[in-house]
Design a binder for this molecule. Structure first.
Ligand code: ATP
Length: 267
């Protein structure tokens, strides 16, 4: 399955084509969610239940949420996305009910991708919450994840930047048992992310994204997005300063803008 992400021109239009780098993770997710629907006769004969749940973890801004959005956009699955804190409710029983409801909704929408972002906020280690709310929520998650029949056709993905806070029972085989690490991007991945994020930007011909990738070690994808945005603002300010905004040309981002912002930016 190597390089599967990069092979389809249709997917380059949206979805996977919006993700820079992270090729191995994209391939694993793509294989997991697309192969069963592409080859249903083979997969339906497989005696063991296939793994369809996973946890993405890694530093903030490194593409966890972005990659799940891309997976949903490029698949035919229905997509239910929930930010962890949305499920928490101070009224007794309401949070567990909210978890039950979201799984019921996903089951009735199958085939479906159910995504819990900021998962640590709803699934922390049990025994530390005086109110008992999150303990009951975790118990409810365990019940739902063990409900093999009701989860047929439902892919359960979760993301967190604090995997250390999670209740480990959730990561047991058969539950969220596939763990994918989204780390800070390498030089190669930074270059790829810069290419993807600058696709629609007016870049001057002197721009070397490879040089910018070299100047941005330790930057996350979100930092690179901010760098491009600040460079665009620098280009706009320059136009305003030079011709008071009379020019008809779109403000062009030059190598100087990018280098100057990158040299000042701290990840
Ligand atoms: P957090 O843990 O704070 O929720 P995250 O890992 O989920 O962070 P995202 O929300 O996915 O981070 O990324 C923030 C933004 O950074 C995205 O909306 C996107 O613009 C950009 N970005 C991050 N990684 C990538 C990537 N690999 N390719 C393209 N854009 C990226």
């Amino acid at each position: 399955m190597r390089n599967l992400k990069k092979t389809s021109s249709q997917e380059e239009q949206s979805g996977w084509g919006d993700v820079g780098g992270l090729v191995d993770i994209c391939n694993i997710i793509q294989e997991m969610i697309e192969m069963p629907s592409k080859f249903p006769s083979i997969f339906s004969k497989a005696p063991l239940r296939l793994r369809s749940n996973l946890l993405l973890y890694g530093p903030p801004g490194c593409g966890k949420t972005h990659i799940v959005g891309a997976a949903a956009a490029s698949s035919s699955l229905r997509f239910i996305s929930v930010k962890g804190p949305e499920l928490l409710n101070k009224y007794i029983g309401a949070s567990e009910q909210a978890v039950r409801d979201v799984f019921t909704k996903a089951a009735s929408a199958a085939p479906c991708l159910l995504f819990f972002d900021e998962f640590d906020s709803i699934a922390p280690k049990r025994g530390h919450d005086n109110t008992g709310v999150t303990d009951r929520v975790v118990n409810q998650f365990l019940t739902e994840l063990d409900g093999v029949e009701s989860l047929t056709g439902v892919f359960v993905f979760a993301a967190t930047s604090r995997p250390d806070l999670l209740d480990t029972a959730l990561l047991r085989p058969g539950r969220l048992d596939r763990l994918l690490f989204c780390d800070f991007p390498s030089w190669h991945d930074r270059l790829d992310i810069l290419k993807v994020l600058s696709r629609k930007l007016p870049l001057a011909s002197d721009v070397s994204l490879a040089t910018i990738a070299s100047m941005t070690e330790g930057f996350s994808g979100a930092d690179l997005q901010a760098l491009l945005s600040d460079s665009q603002l620098a280009a706009i300010n320059e136009v305003l300063k030079n011709d008071l905004g009379q020019s008809k040309k779109p403000p062009c981002i030059s190598d100087v803008h990018l280098r100057s912002v990158a040299s000042k930016a701290r990840p």
